[in-house]
Design a protein around this ligand. Structure first.
Ligand SMILES: CC(C)(COP(=O)(O)OP(=O)(O)OC[C@H]1O[C@@H](n2cnc3c(N)ncnc32)[C@H](O)[C@@H]1OP(=O)(O)O)[C@@H](O)C(=O)NCCC(=O)NCCS
Length: 170
């Protein structure tokens, strides 16, 4: 499988498919939020994937089929939930692997690629967000050397903390 997996920047034409894959992958968390709030989140996510000109979209393909994706964002300052988040490092977002292709190393390869790109751009630190709901991802990040970075935490709804994480390269 590994030899057949191709990771590359997504084309413009692939953006809708990536947005669909991301929506389907994250659907397992839908019940964690009130309907309206989840639909708003899905809409914002889709808009980011389709329209944001500042991000890099990576896609994982197996025999021409899109099976995973991730977005790499440059440092930013923006209102997220209840706070103005200033992230001085690049941030991996919206890591998603199609449900039929999980646990095959695709997510790990997408992260490898983001880390490589951040390093190649001269950054010595890369960041991400995760939540208590995303146990597979959280444990995977921690095994890979990511640790808490509270400076970029935020709360989309009161009491629900979206945790910042960072990994520093030597
Ligand atoms: C998180 C996600 C991207 C992982 O993708 P994946 O391709 O299945 O991950 P990999 O096969 O590369 O596995 C990475 C690690 O997680 C482990 N893992 C994968 N699926 C697992 C599962 N269901 N239960 C326990 N461990 C699992 C693997 O054994 C591997 O462990 P390692 O780090 O010791 O090698 C995928 O589950 C997903 O899309 N989830 C929904 C969206 C999401 O939560 N995104 C992350 C948001 S922060």
């Amino acid at each position: 499988m590994q030899e057949e997996l191709l990771i590359r920047e997504a084309t413009l034409a692939e953006r809708p498919a990536i947005a669909d894959l991301t929506r389907d992958s994250y659907s397992e968390y839908a019940s964690s939020r009130p309907d309206k709030s989840w639909l708003d989140y899905e809409e914002r996510t889709r808009k980011t994937i389709l329209e944001d000109n500042n991000i890099l979209r990576l896609t994982a393909l197996l025999k021409d089929r899109i099976v995973g994706s991730v977005v790499l964002c440059p440092p930013y300052e923006m209102r997220r939930g209840n706070v103005l988040v200033k992230n001085i490092y690049p941030e991996m977002r919206l890591l998603a692997v199609s449900k039929d292709f999980r646990n095959l190393g695709i997510g790990a390869k997408l992260i490898d690629e983001c880390e490589k790109i951040a390093l190649s751009k001269g950054f010595k630190t890369i960041t991400l967000h995760t939540t208590i709901l995303m146990q597979t991802a959280k444990l995977m990040y921690e095994r890979r050397g990511y640790s808490r970075y509270q400076e970029i935490d935020f709360q989309p709804t009161p009491g629900f903390i979206v945790w910042g994480y960072k990994k520093q390269f030597n």
